[in-house]
Design a protein around this ligand. Sequence first.
Ligand SMILES: Cc1ncc(C[n+]2csc(CCOP(=O)(O)OP(=O)(O)O)c2C)c(N)n1
Ligand code: SF4
Ligand SMILES: [Mg+2]
Length: 312
Amino acid sequence: MTTSIKQLPDTEQVLSGNGACGGCPATMALRIVGKALGPNAIMLLTPSCSVASMGMTPKLGYNWPGINITFATAGSSASGITHALEIMKEKGRLEGELPTVFSWVGDGGTYDIGFQALSAAAERNDNIIHFCYNNEAYSNTGVQRSGATPRGSFTTTTPTGKRQPKKNMALLMLEHNIPYVATATVAYPGDLYDKVVKAKNIPGMKYIEILAPCYLGWQFDMSDTVQMSRAAVRSGAWLLWEAENGKITFNNPTSLIINGKKAAEPVDEYVKKQGRFNRLLKGADSAERIAEIQGDIDREIAFMRERAKITI
Ligand SMILES: Cc1ncc(C[n+]2csc(CCOP(=O)(O)OP(=O)(O)O)c2C)c(N)n1
Ligand code: SF4
Ligand SMILES: [Mg+2]
């Protein structure tokens, strides 16, 4: 049974007065993650909105020891810290439960610039949690395209809409044979909370990716963040799943779509809610380009349905 929002602990690791935009999905997600991880954790951040939001020492917006590292190094830095802690414990220089070492990284720092170090940490099965909060662009520097930007989306580096589909990063991480991979989004806080609690208790490498609809990059009213997150799942543009030791399970409502019990909502409704697709919608070839986006989603659903049948 999924934890309900009312059952989430009252403890807060994300403090009031931080510098995030109102309605920031990355910060909402981090708040839920904080409730699941508790205070005994060490946070690593690469350049991103979440770094800009945390403010400046000595009054940080996040209640963990935090380290700002370079863009490419989330995987290697987190590995170094977790190994150092293990050695200190072995030598009797640390007592009690070791802190959870986690990286909190955007899609730019995960899909693109940090991919090599992350892949290496996964291959070594180092004991860390890598969170990718995915707002589908480089938001902090004014919204440039990333490997997570979906086809058709406007960014400052794709002024006529991106021409390629996004990559399936969570599946790429699963193919590293790591013990736990999950996807989540802010409209389903209990689902996210349960996945983080589970990941915290599994030794080895864990990867959790959270879709974070950013009003600035996606161009919608900031009060609609949660609705946009829900619309992404209902249209099948974002699939909720987790894999423990390689076995994929879909979570509601994605499981209903995958099992054919409920149809995914047509993607044009989802696309029309977002200004980042405006130019595509106004073009003479808009029907064709929406069909391409729908094709990407249908292909992904069909592929994941088949991939989940492989359990060895
Ligand atoms: C090596 C390097 N290249 C570029 C930058 C500039 N930069 C800072 S934040 C950022 C965007 C990060 O995008 P993402 O990881 O998706 O996080 P978001 O801003 O969306 O939260 C960029 C390009 C940098 N700090 N270091
Ligand atoms: S630009 Fe988007 S991701 Fe960045 S702080 Fe604002 S709402 Fe959050
Ligand atoms: Mg981003």
